[in-house]
Design a protein around this ligand. Sequence first.
Ligand code: SF4
Ligand code: SF4
Length: 310
Amino acid sequence: MTAKQIHNLFSKEFDVVGIIKTTEYNKVAKTLNRNKANAKYPTMAVLGFAYPKRIMKHTDTHLVPSFYTFGKDYHLVMKEKIQKICDTLKIKYDYGVDNHSLDERLAAKLSGIGFLGKNQLIINKDYGSYMFLGMVLLDTQIDNEIKYQIDDNCGVCRKCIEACPTNALIENGYVQEKCISHFNQTKKTLTKDEIKANYLLFGCDICQLVCPKNIRKGKTIHPEFELSDKEMVSIVDLFNMSQKEFNLKYSDMAYLWKGKTLLMRNTLTLLYNHNNTNFNELIKDSIDKYTMPWYKETAQFVLKKLNSMK
Ligand code: SF4
Ligand code: SF4
């Protein structure tokens, strides 16, 4: 197959498509000490799928996650699209969306579909950083690569570094443990500082929202990402429903992938930060019911504080 043919096929479903040779990726991955891709697949398609920027606000009863989770879970959406295309190719393939060992951002940079911003996100000229990434490995040789010219960078801008509330961003990198989006997706007992810093049910949007490269971006709404009424999560549902009931009601939402208890743990931080004592009884019951130490310890700390606010 030619690179052009592969590019055209993926372009029917994806907004941005780069086609590179796996050997090229592996050469750079090796120098950076990253995992190499399976060389039995000589070709790599690097995919970008745009998502919209939409802002919602917490209420006393419902909480909001990062807006990248709005609409159907992008893992499912991209997986379906990749399989649909690859099945027509009649060749062996492998793929990953987020949950794999390869470096999507490195592949995105090599294919030129965007540059790596100081906020550690790939920034594309048409979609800014509002773009999910995926990679497909194909068992076919290509004639040439399809790369884009990157003629943009952050320059002297430092807006994301200055806006990051936990100082996770530094001039040339990122301290993962300090990032809200990292720790609010990690099953751990939160520290007092982490509890105070957390402001969403899941994820963090600040370094995308302040980025000037995102001005007038985030307008593309693919049908899969239309709002589904499941974007805001009921606090009562979180505490009263079983995992099974909750998964059924909030099915296909990206914030589900770490489970309901993690969302409950994050809810505690928001109740604390909003001085919302309306759910103290439910928190108390949950401490007896949920055995994970990281949940119990965070809940005990927060409940004590909330009780003292009454
Ligand atoms: S996601 Fe939030 S905490 Fe993480 S680097 Fe960006 S602004 Fe900082
Ligand atoms: S806010 Fe500025 S420094 Fe940060 S990623 Fe955007 S352009 Fe780069």
